[in-house]
Design a protein around this ligand. Sequence first.
Ligand SMILES: [Zn+2]
Length: 405
Amino acid sequence: MHVARTLAALVATAPLLLAAQARAEDPPTKAERALHERLIVLDTHLDTPSNFSRPGWDILDRHTFAKDHTQVDYPRMVDGGLDGGFWVIFTDQGPLTGEGFLAARNHAFHRSVEIREMVAKHSKEFELAYTAADAERITKAGKRVVYQSMENSYPLGLDITLMDTFYDLGVRLMGPVHFGDNQFGDSATGQHPWHGLSPLGRQFVERANRLGIVIDASHASDDVLDQMIVQSKTPILLSHSGLKVANPHPRGIDDALLKRLAASGGVIQLYAVDAYIGSLPKAFFDEGDDIEKRWPVETTPANQLGARYEAEQALAAKYSGHADFETYMKLILHAIEVAGIDHVGLGADWDGGGGVNGYNDIDRIPMVTARLKRAGYSDEDVGKIMGGNVLRVLAQAEAYAKSVK
Ligand SMILES: [Zn+2]
């Protein structure tokens, strides 16, 4: 009786409660913004370092996406309450030759140095981070957090010990592949010659575990992700990936694989890439296959690969405009429902092709906090999505490395 009466009372007052709440599209309330500021907000895939060498471009200046197509700089990080994240050393996949490996290795070292130089130049605003605990210490000091990550480990060549060198430079998150298959295994968008990880790819997993590097399965094939879940001693992260439920693009994973990832403690950080989360016609995928056939990454000479990447960008641009902020929120909420609150986060692919209508700049991130609150999630839950889950995975990688030293 008592329960029934309480329920009846709740039902009666529910419309009143709803009327007092913000509507979905309303900007963050004061309380939601305050929560967002209190939380450690990290994005796990900031492609911004590719802008560092742009002539006249400085991260302390305010830019706009409309003007120069950049999405991350210090003023916008402050506006968006973005405390930092993983700043990417990205390398295009090239030929699997000694010459190709050498050029990639030099490129990756150079990019890591550029990240370190940016922080050194702006040491009042940014600080390099190496451990999970660093994030809280750095944000408490009023600075932005700079972890380094490697997108595509092609630069390691066949010398797995180079992982140690990049670890020493500060890299704490590494993904084996990008758009093409390579010496470590199959790409989601490749030809899958290895049926998962290669023998060197298995060494990669083992060494990452021993060093305390988090393994990033974004861009890897489903087989690679499955095999890494089984082999890795610590949880796998997908730094910027999506879900098949939104779009059949091979970069997304299906709900069954998402559940296996979550069961192993892993986390998916969701991208906001228009072409991968919007609903796309079959023609998009057919044209993508044509590009792959015309310029296979493994066999195309390095000086012609630029044409492939241009064609890919043109393809994405041609079919963009199918997704907006609502599409992205739906993806986040679905992932939480399937994987659980401890296994989802944000990796929108800022400065790397991310951004959808209504969510093209990092100053919009507080809207995600607002929408999660309005969907009924607790402050603690929102904190997990914004950065807590990633820091948990990083701490687990560190703890394992310590335990085997
Ligand atoms: Zn990527």
